[in-house]
Ligand binder design. Structure first.
Ligand SMILES: Nc1nc2c(ncn2[C@@H]2O[C@H](COP(=O)(O)OP(=O)(O)OP(=O)(O)O)[C@@H](O)[C@H]2O)c(=O)[nH]1
Length: 264
């Protein structure tokens, strides 16, 4: 682990309506229509227990209140959104993946400057048919956006303006931090998107560019850096926050001061 590792204390081992493993995933699908939609609406308000709380009245103190950053990861199907989010939350490349239906979300708790913060990654479906009824929920109360393209697939790069446009249509604030990630840099001989082209695009849209691989074991620090960069940025902004209450419910509350966001 490189320097970014110092920011990370522990994998989140929370339990969400029962047992969810360290790289917690709650899958919400659009396939069941309104029922899932309304579940998703309240998904951030459901019981959310830490391992301490699960032990009940065993004498341990209530869990500390912690802020949650909701970060959505968007881009074409197959660019590697699931693999990137899994890599960050579980620390490894997944054994197998399937097309995401609706949204999966994964969480990891990190320590930033002494504050325990939960990074909640929303791994959204890239395929239109698996996302259309869910889109408005992705963007609700979002703190940051990660745009992903596949470096070996020019079409996924050309789709970025459409993803940015979708974002514009749904985000309340234009100044929400965004980053651009080119994935699959391990497939060197198949690269179609040159770095200078991607950098120009990133500059035009005022986003930092990261090229990485969710698969290459040597790139773990880079995947780490991508999400930790956002977490640091968000922590310093203190925008509208989800926070975990001592009784394990999640509340949404505005900061006392209006958020001033500057991603530069
Ligand atoms: N070589 C290589 N393959 C990768 C990398 N990241 C993902 N893949 C592969 O790319 C395919 C798609 O990965 P996913 O993470 O499922 O893609 P996705 O963007 O989540 O796709 P949707 O769920 O359909 O939106 C899988 O076969 C992965 O194994 C990478 O960094 N390098």
């Amino acid at each position: 682990m490189g320097s970014w590792a110092s920011f990370v204390t522990a994998r989140e081992r929370c339990r969400w309506r029962g047992v969810i493993p360290a790289a917690s995933v709650l899958r919400l699908s659009s396939g069941r229509g309104g029922r899932m939609t309304s579940e998703m609406e309240s998904s951030l308000e459901v019981s959310f227990s830490s391992s301490c709380a699960v032990s009940g009245a065993s004498g341990c103190l209530p869990p500390a209140r912690s802020r949650i950053f909701k970060i959505i990861v968007i881009g074409d199907s197959n660019v590697g959104k699931t693999c990137l989010t899994y890599r960050f939350c579980a620390g490894r490349f997944p054994d197998r993946t399937e097309a995401t239906i609706g949204v999966d979300f994964r969480e990891r708790a990190v320590d930033i400057d002494g504050e325990r913060i939960k990074i909640q990654l929303w791994d959204t479906a890239g395929q239109e048919r698996f996302r259309k009824s869910m889109v408005q929920h992705y963007y609700r109360n979002v703190h940051a956006v990660v745009f992903v393209y596949d470096m070996t697939n020019m079409a996924s790069f050309h789709s970025l303006p459409a993803w940015i446009e979708e974002c514009k249509q749904h985000l309340l604030a234009n100044d929400i931090p965004r980053i651009l990630v080119g994935n699959k840099c391990d497939l060197r001989s198949a690269i179609q998107v040159p770095t200078d082209l991607a950098q120009k695009f990133a500059d035009t849209h005022s986003m930092p560019l990261f090229e990485t691989s969710a698969k290459n074991p040597n790139d773990n620090d880079h995947v780490e850096a991508i999400f930790m960069t956002l977490a640091h940025k968000l922590k310093s902004h203190k925008p509208l926050m989800l926070s975990q209450l001592p009784d394990n419910r999640i509340s949404l509350k505005p900061e006392t001061k209006p958020a001033v966001t500057c991603w530069c």
